[in-house]
Design a protein around this ligand. Structure first.
Ligand SMILES: [Zn+2]
Length: 341
C-alpha cells in the first residue's frame, strides 16, 4: 500500500498543532468507517528522533496546483461542468459530514482539496489543522484571505456557514480561472475592519462573551477599544507624533473613532499637506495595530524609528504604484481600449 508520511518540524507550535490535527482526524475517521465522506484517512503516527511523523493515505495534486498545471499545459480542459458538479457534490458531502459532527473546517481552499483519482474525478478534503468545534471559543483569525467569509473579516461571530462561503469562492475560481476575491490589498481589508469596528480588541472580545483582560496590555488603561489602540494609547501617540502627522490641535478624540477617521480623511484631501504625509494614515494605523499584536501575542517590543521608516517605505511604494496605474490607464485611453470597455 502506498502511503504519505508527513514529518513535522521539531518545534513546539507545529507539534501541538499536529497533535490537535491527529486527534481530529482520528475522530472524523472513526465516524466514517466506510470512507464515504471524502476526508483524508489517517493510518498511523509515531515519534522518531524528536520528530512527529504522520502516516496517511497517498493522494495526488491539490486543486490549486492541478488547475494551474491544466491551464498552463494547454491540454484538454479538465474542469468541465460535469466534473465541477461532481467536485461540488463531494465537497458538500464532506462539509455536511463535518458540520454534522459539530466541526468547522475553517480553512477550505483549493490547496486543501486533493485529487484522489483523476479518471474518476474523486477528491479528498485535507488539513484539519485550523478546524474547531462550533462550541469552542472561536479564534478571530481563521480562513485564508481570498476564501474568508465576510463575518470573519468583520470579526463577527461565525459558524459552519463560513465553510460554504469558501466553497463558493473555490468553485468560482475553478470555473472562471480567476481568484474571486484577490488578496492583493491587505491594507484595504484592514481599513474596512477599522471603520466597521471589526478589529479584535479586548472590548470586542468581551462583547462576544470571551474572558479576556479588559485592560490595554501596553499602558494598563481600563477598556481597550479600537479608538484607544489606534489613537490614544501612549505608543499610538508616539507614532503619530514621530511621523509628524498633522494631528488635531487638542489631540485625537479620546472617545470617537469616527470623529478621528473623519479627521484623517479631511487631512488626506488637504493639498497643503505633503502627499507622503497626508496619504500615510492607513499605514500608520496598520503599523500601530501590528505593533500592538506583536506586543500582546508575542510579548515583543519594537523600535519606533524602524516602524516610522517602514511606514514611509509603504507609502512610497503605494505612491509609486498609483503613478504606474495612471500611466497604464493613460496608455489604454490613447489606444482606445477604454472606449471598447
Ligand atoms: Zn493603551
Amino acid at each position: 500500500m502506498d502511503v504519505c508520511i508527513k514529518i513535522i518540524k521539531n518545534n513546539k507550535d507545529f507539534f501541538d498543532q499536529s497533535l490537535d490535527e491527529i486527534k481530529l482526524l482520528k475522530y472524523v475517521n472513526k465516524h466514517d468507517p466506510a470512507d464515504k465522506y471524502h476526508l483524508l484517512r489517517l493510518y498511523d503516527y509515531f515519534y522518531y528522533r524528536e520528530h512527529l511523523l504522520i502516516v496517511c493515505e497517498l493522494l495526488k495534486a491539490n486543486l490549486y496546483e492541478f488547475h494551474k498545471f491544466n491551464r498552463e499545459s494547454g491540454g484538454e480542459v479538465y474542469f468541465t461542468m460535469p466534473r465541477l458538479q461532481s467536485i461540488t457534490i463531494q465537497c458538500l458531502e464532506s462539509l455536511q459530514f463535518l458540520h454534522g459532527l459539530g466541526l468547522i473546517h475553517c480553512d477550505l481552499k483549493p490547496e486543501n482539496i486533493l485529487v484522489k483519482s483523476y479518471s474518476r474525478c474523486e477528491i479528498k478534503v485535507i488539513d484539519l489543522g485550523s478546524s474547531c468545534f462550533e462550541t469552542d471559543h472561536l479564534c478571530s483569525y481563521v480562513q485564508s484571505r481570498s476564501y474568508r467569509a465576510p463575518e470573519v473579516i468583520l470579526g463577527l461571530p461565525y459558524d459552519k456557514k463560513i465553510d460554504v462561503w469558501s466553497l463558493g469562492c473555490i468553485l468560482a475560481e475553478l470555473c472562471t480561472g480567476n481568484v474571486l476575491f484577490q488578496n492583493d490589498s491587505p491594507i484595504k481589508s484592514f481599513m474596512w475592519k477599522v471603520v466597521s469596528g471589526g478589529i479584535p480588541v479586548a472590548d470586542k472580545m468581551v462583547a462576544r462573551g470571551l474572558k479576556v483582560d479588559t485592560r490595554c496590555q501596553r499602558c494598563g488603561n481600563e477598556g481597550e477599544s479600537s479608538n484607544h489602540v489606534l489613537f490614544s494609547c501612549t505608543v499610538a501617540r508616539q507614532i503619530w507624533a514621530l511621523f509628524n502627522f498633522p494631528c488635531p490641535e487638542n489631540g485625537f478624540d479620546s472617545q470617537s473613532l469616527y470623529q478621528n477617521m473623519y479627521y484623517l480623511l479631511l487631512v488626506s484631501k488637504n493639498p497643503k499637506v505633503q502627499v507622503e504625509t497626508r496619504k500615510a494614515f492607513p499605514w500608520i494605523l496598520w503599523q500601530i495595530w501590528k505593533n500592538r499584536n506583536l506586543f500582546c501575542i508575542e510579548g515583543k517590543s519594537f523600535s519606533l524609528p524602524v516602524t516610522i521608516s517602514k511606514i514611509r517605505e509603504n507609502v512610497q511604494e503605494w505612491i509609486h504604484a498609483q503613478a504606474l496605474n495612471e500611466v497604464t490607464a493613460e496608455k489604454m485611453c490613447k489606444n482606445g481600449f477604454m472606449l471598447k470597455l
